[in-house]
Design a protein around this ligand. Sequence first.
Ligand code: NAD
Ligand code: LMR
Length: 343
Amino acid sequence: PTNHLQVEGSCNIWRADCRAKGGSPGFKVAILGAAGGIGQPLAMLMKMNPLVSVLHLYDVVNSPGVTSDISHMDTGAVVRGFLGQQQLEDALTGMDLVIIPAGVPRKPGMTRDDLFNINAGIVKTLCEGIAKCCPNAIVNVISNPVNSTVPIAAEVFKKAGTFDPKRLLGVTMLDVVRANTFVAEVLGLDPREVNVPVVGGHAGVTILPLLSQVKPPCSFTQEEIEYLTSRIQNGGTEVVEAKAGAGSATLSMAYAAVKFADACLRGLRGDAGVVECAFVSSQARLLYVTELPFFASKVRLGRNGVEEIYALGPLNSHERVGLEKAKKELASSIEKGVSFVGK
Ligand code: NAD
Ligand code: LMR
């Protein structure tokens, strides 16, 4: 295509394109929505990731500028930009990992579900492209409402006959990142030493931090449990209100997305013991954590994507009550996504 931004390929005496084509070690990653609030810092951080050899930046606006800018960073990945629907297929062909932060963000007073009408169609179209051009790629869905957009992606892939439940992951890493931060503050620890499993989904009461399973082992007062649960569940809204109409979390989300993408790539490389929380199909492994078709839980990532889904483990009474509330809302958000594609 004429305006296909093969930055390194615009002069035929350069050999970078040969390097990219010649199978230099590393993975090929596409970001869809790369010019957005999340997309830009995510693109920058992925360009810094040594596991990435080729980075495709796709958006419907502004991807040329972002691509030009990022491509000047003297790190290993070869960067190419793609603009508009007619370049989606080129952006996706050959990719190992596709990260989707495309779509509108919340403004104060909105729920994530209020984004459904716009974002459902965006995710559907992008996933149709994935099914056609890179059906074996690992897909990380960031676009909200995650509790519905992941089921939408699954339905699109099922229709195309390409659905592999192990390769589709809703990104709930920001909930874990926030939980680690807030718990560390309460305990007076370095957040890097803290690990809080967060299960369920990615909206309000569906975000269920398992404070009884925090590592290192610790205990909380009832007041601390109530404060932490509410702060973690409302972390997104806290940022939306602070940004006062200018969008939702972008920088912490890009950080979380890269942390998660890096885990997926380490899994693909064959590293052992890569375990993170993610919103996945219950069919990914023969373990139904709950009766729901999708649920966020701890998963082990490997060469095929989700290699194992972990059971929830022992829950205290507060968490059991939270789980019932989460399941009720999740069931309807999942159904909403499924029936959108069925239409
Ligand atoms: P943004 O508006 O800044 O950027 C979105 C980008 O998507 C824009 O550049 C836009 O041009 C692009 N886009 C729109 N339609 C597209 C299409 N059809 N194909 C490709 N790109 C398209 O928004 P943002 O702040 O980056 O947030 C993006 C999404 O991520 C929102 O839905 C938001 O709610 C969600 N989000 C999720 C999490 C999470 O934890 N999963 C966290 C933060 C934000
Ligand atoms: C978040 O948790 O920050 C995102 O889901 C964005 C939002 O709308 O809160």
